[in-house]
Design a protein around this ligand. Structure first.
Ligand code: ADP
Ligand code: MG
Length: 820
């Protein structure tokens, strides 16, 4: 059992804008912990706290400042947890912080660069690497991905996501067994045998989540996501199985509003956007208080699911994500306060071992049989029924291996069953008699021959020996040919599967089609995976395209508009960048593949040369009638060291190629995701324009209702920020949608027991116009708008805007248009 308090870490996000200095400082001097001091600017201190404290100090295990990269975060925070999961303990890592503070960036990673991949992909990579190294156990890995939104659980990996809307999917519900263990009904578990399969599941879940979300209701800031890696391990032959779970949790945004009290002096009760975060806090408070007997886990789905991770059988780590800008100071302080309370909770992690019932049954059956046999002997009771065919076969096998065993101490163990003992004696007797007869035959024929055919026998023996040698050689040659054929067939299979995949662009496969013996293990372990995951990535993208009903169904007008939309979208830069990187990686992989093939050939040649050299040496020895030459052959030594060098080069290149493969796969997934996002945003925008057109027609000359094209991610982020007005009712800084989804509007009025309105998750996105007439109208409309915007952008006057974004009505995209 391992007892430890929940580990708390802090991560400070780099500021969006240039930051005013002196807001916080980190003190790393202390040995075990570091401390973070948040300094309140004077103006904020006046209204924020009653005693006008100007600075707050919080302790953390470690604080990662703005420049900490993803690798550092993984090494220091996630790797120790992954290690304990591999050892059989449960682990949880959860990120807590306000929206935009970097929770998703830390847990899943950024959508732009490979180096930005977060804790989940890195942990998967680490775990699978370790599993491959450890051959002493049999491991099985399963993945589940749960989203909790507004107290409802959704399975992000449910294959039905593709065909049905969220409302039709079965909700994930909690069941509790008599031992108070939690079981999640309707949450699917997917086996992942490789890192690539697991990564595909992560991206599939993320895409499902993105598709279910609409611009009207950005659920991602208000839902919790729990990605779980279920690992079981077993030693071969043992009936004991160890189970461990690793939860990687991206919590909803923790922002709350501070209602200023009389005179603005009192920091009063906080209001919560997310009810389950409120319950999480209650659980944390209860756990951190000594002698509390009741912990209110059952109040919310999230606390029920994470029950073991909070005050239970788990090694838990919390990452407080902080966006330490002036406007976020109060949120940052409350995040730190929450972390301080969490740090008081003690957990007791135990090894989760259980007996595999199937193996246990086999073991018990054997034991019962042995006991029965013993009983029969002791009571003198005789078993009369005949031995079965299987039993007889088993006995004969035992006798054969007993006779073949060279060990004089070996024993023939048949148990205490007299029938078996009798059968063994009987069988042995038979064998002995057979041998005797055979022996007599050979002796008599030998004695006959001996007298007259002595010289003939010698000659015959020699002949037979020669034939035998010849046959041996033939067999060896045939076996070699067979091996080569088999390898060729495998290579052809391998190449064709790569052709099907994205690698079809490259003329020659960057991966080596074969492998010298020393690299065999490496290639064998990776070749089938390559074939498999390239084909799965094909499936994956077709799945994603199907999900969003991509381009082939578009009318020409819409396609043209989509091209314009794509070009002006902020994400297109990222997509293009990634395309470039992907191209580079492909050509690097191709070049590497060629070098690997070259190295392979060189290794083959060197080996051949060494063999030739050997044969020459032996021939020389025979002709000179000397034994093996006493002086070492310098030429051979040189060849051998060359061979070693070449092998090392081969291995280095092969390792690099494997890493490249993972990177290529990851980049492709990122691009798929970005494409789906783009398509989704285009459809929403298109539908909006369509409804605008219908309402305002002919509206070509009016710009009042035009919604801008998508903006930079920061602007988007600002746009979706949740604000509270003084009365505590939330409002979002987003444009009023011209074609509001009535369901969403209605749902957004649903109130919670805390008095906040929590909008229900929207069930489907805005319907599109399928009418090609309307589509071409819209295109004409866009073009007209485009020319108007171009004219407008040339003028220096900026129209007054009522929008909270602060952009002119056509938004930053105006700049995009004027670029043309
Ligand atoms: P949250 O999930 O907490 O709402 P995100 O992870 O989505 O926040 O982060 C908001 C934005 O900030 C994203 O564009 C993300 O890429 C960026 N970001 C967050 N943390 C970092 C960081 N440590 N370094 C660079 N960019 C970051
Ligand atoms: Mg997030």
């Amino acid at each position: 059992m391992v007892r430890q308090t929940i580990q708390i870490f802090a991560r400070v996000k780099p500021p969006v804008r240039k930051q005013q200095p002196g807001i916080y400082s980190i003190d790393e001097d202390e040995k075990v912990t570091s401390s973070l001091e948040i300094i309140l600017p004077r103006d904020l201190a006046d209204g924020f706290v009653n005693n006008k404290r100007e600075s707050y100090r919080f302790k953390f295990q470690r604080i990662f400042d703005q420049d900490a990269n993803q690798e550092t975060i993984f090494e220091n925070i996630a790797k120790p947890v992954a290690e304990s999961v591999l050892a059989g303990y449960n682990g949880t890592i959860f990120a807590y912080g306000q929206t935009g503070s970097g929770k998703t960036f830390t847990i899943t990673g950024g959508a732009e660069r490979y180096s930005d991949r977060g804790i989940i992909p890195r942990t998967l990579s680490y775990i699978f690497e370790q599993l491959q190294k450890d051959s002493s156990k049999i491991y099985t890995t399963h993945i589940s991905y749960l989203e909790i939104y507004n107290e409802c659980g959704y399975d992000l990996l449910d294959p039905r996501h593709e065909a049905s809307s969220l409302e039709d999917l079965p909700r994930v519900t909690i069941l509790e067994d008599p031992e108070q263990n939690i079981h999640l009904k309707n949450l699917s578990l997917h086996q992942a045998t490789t890192e690539e399969e697991a990564l595909n599941l992560l991206f599939l879940g993320d895409t499902n989540r993105m598709i279910a979300e609409t611009p009207m209701n950005q659920a991602s800031t208000r839902s919790h996501c729990i990605f779980t890696i279920h690992l079981s391990s077993k030693e071969p032959g043992s009936a004991t199985v160890r189970h461990a779970k690793l939860h990687l949790v991206d919590l909803a945004g923790s922002e709350r509003v501070a209602k200023t009290g009389v005179g603005g002096q009192l920091l009063t009760e906080a209001k919560y956007i997310n009810l389950s975060l409120h319950y999480l806090e209650q659980v944390i408070i209860a756990l951190s208080e000594k002698h509390r007997s009741h912990i209110p886990y059952r109040n919310s789905m999230m606390t029920s699911v994470l029950r073991d991770s909070l005050g239970g059988n788990c090694m838990t780590t919390m990452i407080a994500t902080l966006s330490l800008e002036k406007r976020n100071i109060d949120e940052s302080i409350s995040t730190c306060r929450f972390a301080q309370r969490v740090a008081l909770i003690k957990n007791e992690a135990i090894l989760n071992e259980e007996i595999d019932p199937r193996l246990m049954i086999i073991r018990l059956q054997k034991e019962i049989q042995e006991l029965k046999d013993e009983l029969a002997i002791v009571t003198g009771e005789q078993r009369t029924e005949a031995l079965t065919e299987a039993e007889l076969l088993q006995l004969e096998k035992l006798i054969t291996s007993f006779l073949e065993d060279q060990d004089p101490e070996s024993r023939l163990e048949v148990g205490a069953d007299m029938r078996k003992i009798h059968h063994c004696f009987h069988h042995l007797k038979k064998l002995l008699n057979d041998k005797k007869i055979l022996g007599n035959d050979t002796v008599s024929s030998e004695s006959k021959d001996q007298d007259c055919q002595e010289p003939l026998k010698e000659e015959e023996y020699k002949k037979l020996r020669d034939i035998l040698k010849q046959r041996d050689n033939e067999i060896n040659i045939l076996v070699n040919m067979l091996k080569k054929e088999k390898k060729k067939a495998q290579d052809a299979l391998h190449l064709s599967s790569m052709d099907r995949s994205e690698f079809r662009h490259s003329q020659n496969s960057p991966f080596p089609p074969g492998n010298p013996e020393e690299g065999q293990r490496l290639l064998l372990s990776s070749a089938p995976t390559q074939a498999q995951d390239f084909s799965t990535s094909g499936c994956r993208s077709s799945l994603l395209y199907r999900k969003t009903g991509m381009t082939e169904e578009m009318s020409l007008g819409r396609q043209e508009a989509f091209e314009i939309f794509k070009r002006d979208h902020a994400d297109s830069v990222t997509i293009d960048d990634n395309k470039q990187i992907l191209k580079q990686r492909f050509s690097e992989a191709k070049a590497l593949g060629e070098s690997i093939n070259e190295a392979r050939r060189t290794i083959g040649h060197l080996k051949e040369e060494i063999t030739q050299r050997h044969i020459q040496q032996v021939a020389l020895g025979i002709s000179e009638n000397t034994a093996v030459p006493s002086t070492p052959d310098l030429q051979e030594e040189r060849l051998r060291s060359q061979l070693e060098e070449e092998k090392r080069r081969y291995k280095t290149m092969f390792t690099r190629l494997k890493a490249l493969k993972v990177e290529i796969e990851h980049l492709q997934l990122l691009m798929d995701k970005a494409k789906v996002k783009l398509q989704k945003e285009f459809e929403a925008w298109w539908a909006e324009e369509a409804s605008n057109l219908q309402v305002k027609s002919p509206a070509v000359n009016s710009l009042d209702h035009m919604k801008p094209f998508p903006q930079t991610s920061e602007a988007q982020h600002d746009q979706s920020q949740i604000l509270f007005n003084k009365s505590g009712v939330y409002a979002r800084k987003t444009l009023p949608c011209p074609c509001p989804n009535p369901r969403s509007q209605e749902q957004s009025r649903i109130s919670t027991p805390l008095g906040n309105s929590i909008p229900e998750r929207p069930m489907s996105s805005v319907p599109l116009t399928g009418d090609s007439q309307t589509d071409s109208d819209i295109l004409a409309f866009i073009k007209a708008r485009q020319s108007i915007l171009q004219k407008k952008c040339k003028c220096t006057s900026v129209r007054g805007s009522s929008r909270a974004t602060g952009h002119p009505p056509w938004g930053p995209v105006g700049a995009g248009w004027s670029k043309q």
